[in-house]
Design a protein around this ligand. Sequence first.
Ligand code: FES
Ligand SMILES: [Fe+2]
Length: 466
Amino acid sequence: MLDHGNRTGPNDGASAHEDEVPIPDFSDGLVDRSIYSDPRIYRRELQRIFARAWNFMCHESQIPNPGDYFTTYIGEDQVIVVRGEDGLVRVLLNTCRHRGNALCRAELGHTKTFVCSYHGWTYGLDGALIGIPGKKDFYRDDVDLGKWGLVPAAQVDHYGGFYFATLDPGAPSLFDYLGDVGRVGIESMLTQGEVVVLDGVQKNVIDCNWKIAVDNLFDWYHVKVSHSSASRVGFLNQRMMMPMSQMVMLGELGHAIGGPMISQEQQAKIDLLSDEERRTLDGLPDAERAARAPVERRPLRPVAAKAAMGPVGVRSTGHPNIFPNLWISTRGMQLSLRLPRGIGQTEVWWFTVMPKSFTAEQRRVARKFITHSFGPAGLLEQDDGENWSQSTLSSRGVASRRYPHNMRMALGQDEVLVDPSGQKRVETRVNEHAQRWTYKCWGEWMRARDWQELLATRSVSPVGRI
Ligand code: FES
Ligand SMILES: [Fe+2]
């Protein structure tokens, strides 16, 4: 964190006692349940993962003009993402420097200044303290406003208009942090051109540990059982949701993509089609399209997507997670944050992403589909939330927590292949490779004391048998 009178650095605050927390090893595919229930683990996650990582903030379309702001979190730190008069996007801790009151209570809005509701300290859009009541009469002019501005995040940057921030000045650049796999994830939202995030983020709290809500996004094993009711009413196409062909891409620092894929043969047929031909196919009625299109998945990505996502990435239609907690879902039209709210609670946020070019009718149809999928009113998250809660709850039982979770599916049975482009992937059936990778990397983040140590000790993206 930058020096604004702060007394401790980003990694301080971990007592010797907390340093003794054992971080389990996941190499055998067994997950010790303490990571879902030990408060010491949670405190260390806030310090060593959330305060250190590049956290997703918002999309540029949510704060287009100077004075526009959006409030969100880095771990449990509230932050204001605000566009200044100079057009720059800043991320400021949402805590008044006087007595710590949360300065901005609105979820988003437009303002010229931030005025604290407690005693009235007033800050500019750049976080500078520009006025305090009673400066002369009560403080006797003995206060240096220049020293008491809002605390900025150490680094703020965007990729394709998606803004991220980190509290750690030692973090690598956002571009390097994302790596190939993280960038493929974001590019998957941009294949239809420029996008906008619609007003209104759907938010709900689930009684589960945040990691259970994260590892589930790679879990294509649960769909048939957990979401059987959604299938019965015709909302889910089981064949598409749980195909036998799956692709996994594992990126350094814990990013991953897992789920269905387009085969090389299918992609070769798609490659022969112009953008116009792809659009025509996608516009056909279902039965006619099914007879003529190389893949069932709609829409077909445009020609340019192959260069942007790479020859392997363009064939992935699974779920990317940008470590630690940003899930890109529903054909790149929903973005979810799994925000930690203590060891046993997660606040799930859903952003709605649409191509800017969508007509009002296309937006209406897409919004309806999305609202029915994930979010508080979605058919799918209702099923998931109940299971995640029970998995979390059982990790607190004295006897239950002695027995690790089994995450051994396909362990040691698949091969990571390297494309001539350098992109790596596993092509397989339903598996738990991405979940294991996420926990392995989580362990590396938790053991490393700072970015330097993390970069020196992290696992490289594997090649060969996994
Ligand atoms: S806490 Fe903000 S002005 Fe006192
Ligand atoms: Fe689910």
